[in-house]
Structures are given as C-alpha cells and as structure tokens.
Design a binder for this molecule. Structure first.
Ligand SMILES: C[S@@+](CC[C@H](N)C(=O)[O-])C[C@H]1O[C@@H](n2cnc3c(N)ncnc32)[C@H](O)[C@@H]1O
Length: 497
C-alpha cells in the first residue's frame, strides 16, 4: 500500500478536494462542528451530500456514512479499489464505507492528514465498522484526542537535531516534531499503529523513522534533544484485557515511572522530555513525594503541573465508558473489581498532569511540582522553554550580582488591586501573568513597586533602596528581606533578566 505512487495519488485527491480542517468547517458550520466533537454526526450529515469531493470525503471519513460508488470514484479517482484491497475502504453493492479514518488536522502553519481508526462511539457506533457493537477493539489506533492536542501545544517547538515520539499511535506527535527536528523517531508496540503512522507520514511527505518495540527498547543507546510522549497511562490492575492505546499492561502508574526514570538516559545535554501522565495518590502520601521520588535520582530539572485529580469512581466510569463498556453485562462487576483493587493498593485518587524534564546538568537540580487546576493559555511550549532559560540564567547568580542586575517585568503582567472604595491604599495586590500558566501572585507594596519600576533602566539594588527611602524603612533590611522575593519573581517569570 505504501508505494510512493499510491500515497502521492491519495495526497493529490485529498488536496484536489480541499479536504482540510478549514474547508470542512466552512462546509458544515460551527454548530455541526461542535456536534461532531460531541460525537454526533446528524447536523453535519444535513450539510453534506451534494456529491462534491469535499462532501463525499467528509461523509465517508468524518461522518462514517456510506457514499455511492460514483461519488467515491469522483473524490478518490482510481483509488477506491486499491483502498478496498488495503482495508481502508469497504465496498458493497454500489456503496463504499470507510474502514479507517483519514482525518484533516493542522496547526497555524500546516494542513495535514492523520490516518487512524474511525472514531468509536460516533452516533453510538463502535468505530470498528461492526454495527451493533460499541466495544473498542484492543488494537484500536487513537486519532486526535484532547490529550494529544494538549501534548502538541505543551511541546517546546525550538529547532532541534533529533526528536523521539514514544508511543506514536497515528503519528500525530511525530508529525509535529518533524516540523522542527532534523530527525524524528516514532515508536510503538502496536503494528497497526505503526502502519497507520507510516501512512500519515507518507501522506504528509515527512520523513520519520518508525520502529516497533516497547518503551525505550527500540532506541537503546540513542539520545535525543527532545522526547514527546503520551504513553498508555491508564491506572488499572492490568489483569484484564488490554486496550493497547491506553493500557500499558503494567499495574498502577508503573509505565509512567518507567518513562520518567528511563527518559533522562536518552536525552542529550539540555534535552527535554515532555510527558502526559496519570499518577497514583496513595493515602497519606502527598503526590509530589511520589513523583519527586522518580525524578530526584535522575538529576534532571523538572516542572510538573498536576492539572486535575480524579476521584476513583469518576476515573473508573470514565475509562469504562471510553472502552464502550457502559452496556456490558459485566459492567458492575468490572467497576467493582477496579474499585476493590484501588482499595487494596491504598489508592485514594488519580492525578493527571504534565511532566517537563530538562537535562540541564545542574549540581542542584530544580524540581518544581505544583497543583495547577487553573485556566492556562496554550500553547504552553514557549513558556516551558522560557522557564528552562530562566533556571539557567538564575543559576549561580549571587546576591551581589542580583542586586546589580537590571531586570524587566514580563510584558504580560498586570496588577489587580482590591480594597474599600475610595481608600488610598489597596488591601490586596495581586500580579497576574496573562500568558502561559497565567500565574497569579499576591504581592505587597514593595514587590509591586519593584515590578513596576523594573524596566531595564535601574538595578534591583537601586530600586529597593529607592523604595526603602519612600516607605521610610532601613535600606539594608529591605534588601535582605526582598532579595529572596526577587528570586521568586524571577523564577516564576514575573521578572526577566
Ligand atoms: C495514548 S496513545 C498516544 C498516541 C499519540 N502519540 C498521541 O499523542 O495521541 C499511546 C500509544 O502508546 C502505544 N503503546 C502502548 N504500550 C506501549 C509500550 N509499551 N511502548 C511503546 N508504546 C506503547 C499505544 O499503542 C498507543 O499508540
């Protein structure tokens, strides 16, 4: 199937039909688009069906609707038979169905296509082409999920030499990585996923080295500048059948522990590894202790954001529904078994979040682990990179050097004050960054004054002395009290060097 002639012909057909995110959006409209995101195809069906190649491809792949052979031949000239032979399409009397999804996908700079399995649960179907069954196939290859999009936006997009997408699935992260890495390796244990990822890459004319194998086995002895991974992190007893796109086959959060502890050996100096993950909350143990226990021995810097914590019933319900098991006869048994296993393990919740590891090579690695359930401004990638840059700049910066530094406040910092109407002084001052994780921080008058005056003209020492004289405090004491706060403001990105 993957002959260059076949992929070129398919690519030409998709391009000729303008089968892109933007064109589909314009065709079906915003409300039908939103309905589709809720797995409902009816509104979009009503806006397609005029037999144009764009309508036909949208119905065939995005809406999983059979199209007439005539329409299919018009949209995919000369391709219907070979795609049927390859198992991408299925022909019946005068009609053609999709067996896999070819999905337009893009970012600001690219229009791509992703080859993956059909969306399960669309209008309550299984996505496996088998009517009546909602069960997801164990070898199902995931398309673009919320998780894949958030990892794509979290990933640092600086030009690098080499990148690794561990657990590539349909190849979406590898595709992004290929836009800024000279070489990209994508790995997976699922041969179906690799076949689809290869087709994804070929359709988009990008060169990716796909390899079969578990975790870091296929890249033994190799190092990378950037690793992006959305591993199969669902926390379960790992005793039942395995949905390979989400279950690692390892119990609990062992797969995440392995990725976190093994990744640093596969990073070049100053390389980054960015991971989407779940981790266990054990009774009586703060989650930070568990994750720090993985990170500390590796010697990397890490910024870890816990985005949410799921209670156990919510977690189990979510993943049973994801597997299409809501109506299974043994639903209650499965639910109960999963909760019993959580009880036995002393697990009281499951954290979800992002780990960004940087092989900065510091004597004293910086570990920042925080709960961050708040609204953020994606893409976060540039802000993760900027955090690493700040840690480099701050390293070894003694107090005298810091006092002599001419700092600038971040361009996106705003100040919010709260207090009684008409009062001279506010009761509370909060400074808030508008971008990245949109960090907010309560500050006092001195910190607010320091931030306001930091425009690169005066040194920290000069500003602190001026504030001390304005507020009638002792200059030396002000310096001693506020230098640690200046470091925090730098660390958190309110100030830059
Ligand atoms: C959650 S999906 C992520 C797919 C894609 N990278 C994305 O971001 O959407 C996890 C992928 O890891 C693969 N996988 C499962 N176990 C693995 C293992 N032990 N080693 C490598 N990949 C594995 C699955 O086949 C699946 O494609």
């Amino acid at each position: 199937m993957l002959t260059p002639a076949f992929t070129a012909q398919l690519r030409d057909a998709l391009m000729a039909a303008d089968f892109t995110v933007g064109a589909i959006s314009a065709l079906i409209g915003d409300d039908a688009q939103r309905a589709l995101m809720r797995n409902q195809s009816t509104p979009a069906r009503r806006r397609t069906g005029d037999g144009s190649p764009l309508s036909t491809l949208t119905r065939l792949f995005s809406l999983q609707v059979p199209v007439s052979r005539t329409d299919a031949d018009r949209a995919l000239p000369g391709l219907v038979d070979p795609m049927c032979v390859a198992g991408m399409l299925q022909g019946s009397v005068g009609e053609v169905n999709a067996r896999v999804d070819v999905r337009p996908y893009g970012d600001e700079d690219h229009d791509w296509w992703i080859v993956c399995d059909l969306t399960p649960g669309l209008d309550h179907s299984s996505g496996s082409g088998q009517a009546g069954s909602r069960r997801v196939d164990p070898e199902h290859v995931l398309g673009i999920s919320e998780a894949s999009s958030s990892l794509a936006q979290l990933t640092i997009r600086r030009d690098v030499g080499s990148a690794l997408d561990l657990g590539t699935g349909c190849g979406v992260q590898a595709l992004h990585l290929a836009s800024h890495a000279r070489t990209v390796v994508g790995t997976d244990v699922n041969p179906r996923a690799l076949a689809m990822a290869r087709l994804t890459a070929a359709l988009n004319e990008v060169d990716i080295d796909f390899r079969t194998g578990s975790l870091f086995d296929p890249v033994r002895g190799e190092t990378f500048d950037l690793i992006a991974t959305n591993p199969p992190f669902v926390v379960s007893p790992a005793t039942g059948e395995r949905l390979i796109y989400r279950d690692s086959g390892l119990p609990g959060d062992e797969v995440v522990r392995r990725v976190v502890t093994q990744a640093p050996a596969h990073l070049n100096p100053d390389g980054w590894c960015q991971i989407l993950a779940n981790w266990i909350h054990l009774k009586g143990e703060p989650w930070q202790e568990r994750v720090t226990g993985w990170l500390e021995p590796t010697g990397v810097d890490a910024w870890v954001l816990q985005r949410e914590v799921a209670d156990l019933p919510t977690y189990v319900e979510m993943w049973l529904a994801d597997a299409g098991l809501q109506d299974a006869p043994d639903y209650i048994q499965r639910y109960d078994n999963w909760l019993s296993w959580f009880d036995d393990q002393g697990i009281e919740g499951i954290g979800f979040g992002w780990l960004c590891l940087n092989k900065a090579g510091r004597d004293k690695p910086v570990l920042r682990l925080e709960d961050w359930p708040y609204e953020i401004a994606q893409p976060l990638g540039p802000h993760i990179a900027a955090w690493g840059d700040r840690m480099d700049a701050i390293e070894g910066l003694g107090d005298d050097a810091l006092l002599a530094s001419r700092l600038r406040h971040a361009a996106d910092v705003v100040q919010e004050t709260v207090g009684p109407v008409g009062a001279d002084d506010p009761e509370h001052i909060v400074v808030r960054l508008q971008r990245g994780v949109r960090r907010a921080r309560p500050v006092d008058t001195v910190e607010a004054g320091l931030l306001g005056a930091s425009d690169g003209e005066l040194s920290v020492g000069q500003i602190l002395d001026a504030l001390a004289s304005l507020l009638d405090t002792v200059a030396a004491e002000t310096r001693t009290t506020y230098l640690p706060k200046v470091r925090e403001l730098l660390n958190e990105g309110f100030l830059t060097l």
